[in-house]
Design a protein around this ligand. Structure first.
Ligand SMILES: Nc1ncnc2c1ncn2[C@@H]1O[C@H](COP(=O)(O)OP(=O)(O)OP(=O)(O)O)[C@@H](O)[C@H]1O
Length: 362
């Protein structure tokens, strides 16, 4: 069974802990993306799975077997790096066949397998060419073909698309996803690009400072972020995180105010149970209604910068107290720089984070 499991994995480099107590399991046929800012420990986690780094603590289990003491070549894993490392003097077909030369596979079998993966990855027409005679996208597909030709237990990808231009990335994301869907292998992809993670992953593990902050489907991490970090990391434009004052009352109700304005937002039982004081409310830029008239429950702000985005417009607004708020409106709603806005957050789409940044859910 092609599965990957990390059990309380920690990796230290000297006194620095790059990966802390990470638990993660990837089922057969599942694609999990490790996503997070630079230096959060994504690549180290991948290298630990591959056996390119030893673990300091915990267990790496692949296909049900503890792999901690096995070298990379004994783990039956294929890894695709950011740099494809194709041999320049060998044809594309020979490059793809390379992993099969060590396995005592007959020439006929080798050719059959290369042809099969070349068909999956649409490379039949370039098999006889040298790597410098094919496009960047074809090089990336050749690297992937070389990884899947051996039929390994699992796949690991390290920033597989980072060297490609925007357009090619877009089409490759779909192609990789399609190929992986047909292979039924556990796959881990490292990326710092959320769009890549959102489109390719079945589940996303969001990392920060060596810890996994949340693991969930693309929809879950977007709609139900576990904490303020995940909330601000996932979604473009970024979610607004606004400081709010929470008051709770003896009858189990609560009120929240931003810059002194009481907002008609989530004040359900879970919020009312919090300690009164400072909390953070999270509102995505598309979860505001911008109205002309300021009435109860709206935040007053002034448009500072307007960014047309095609069908929608991104407005950077600022409150009198100096809080910046990003708002997305439809193109037909014309707003000018300097104009006063009254922003009403949709209560059903308002997130609340406690003093430690943890999401409060009812
Ligand atoms: N061999 C090493 N020795 C010491 N520190 C290391 C070593 N390898 C990585 N680190 C540190 O561990 C942390 C995590 O590195 P890692 O490469 O896993 O991050 P990352 O999330 O993949 O970042 P990026 O997106 O920039 O590649 C970083 O602070 C890095 O400097």
């Amino acid at each position: 069974m092609s599965t990957i499991e990390l059990r309380k994995v920690t990796k230290r480099f000297g006194s620095f802990t790059a990966v802390k107590d990470v638990d993660l399991s990837v089922a057969a046929g599942e694609v999990v993306c490790l996503l997070g800012p630079s230096g959060c420990g994504k690549t180290t986690t991948l290298r630990v799975i591959a056996g390119l780094e030893s673990v300091t603590d915990g267990e790496v289990v692949i296909a049900g077997k503890v792999m901690n003491n096995l070298p990379p070549e004994k783990r039956d894993i294929a890894m695709v790096f950011q740099f494809y490392a194709l041999y320049p003097s060998a044809s594309v077909g020979e490059n793809i066949a390379f992993p099969l030369y060590h396995d005592g596979i007959s020439r006929a079998e080798r050719t059959a397998r290369v042809n099969r993966v070349a068909a999956i990855l649409h490379l039949e027409h370039v098999l006889d060419r040298l790597p410098n005679q094919i496009s960047e996208g074809e090089k990336q597909r050749a690297a992937m073909a070389r990884a899947i030709v051996r039929d390994p237990n699992c796949f690991l990808f390290d920033e597989p698309l980072s060297r490609l231009d925007v357009e090619l990335r877009q089409s490759m994301r779909g192609q990789i996803k399609e190929v992986l869907q047909g292979l039924s292998k556990a796959t881990v992809i490292v990326t710092h690009d959320q769009l890549e993670a959102l489109t390719m992953a079945d589940r996303i593990a969001i990392m920060k400072d060596g810890l996994i902050e949340q693991v969930g489907s693309p929809h879950e991490v977007f709609a139900k972020p576990a904490n303020a970090f995940v909330a601000s990391f996932i979604g473009t434009p970024q979610m607004n995180l606004l400081e709010a004052d929470l008051k709770t009352f003896a009858d189990g109700t609560a009120e929240m105010a931003v810059a002194g304005i009481n907002l008609a937002i989530r004040t359900d039982a879970a919020v009312a149970r919090l300690q009164p004081g400072k909390v953070t409310i999270g509102v995505r830029p598309r979860a505001f209604t911008a109205t002309d008239t300021g009435d109860r429950g709206t935040i007053s702000a002034r448009a500072e910068l307007i960014e047309p985005m095609g069908a929608e417009t991104l407005i950077h607004a600022r409150t009198a107290a100096g809080a910046d708020i990003r708002v997305v409106v439809t193109r037909s709603q014309r707003v000018k720089v300097g104009e006063a806005l009254n922003l009403r957050p949709d209560p059903r789409q308002t997130h609340v984070f406690d003093g430690a940044g943890k999401a409060v859910r009812s």
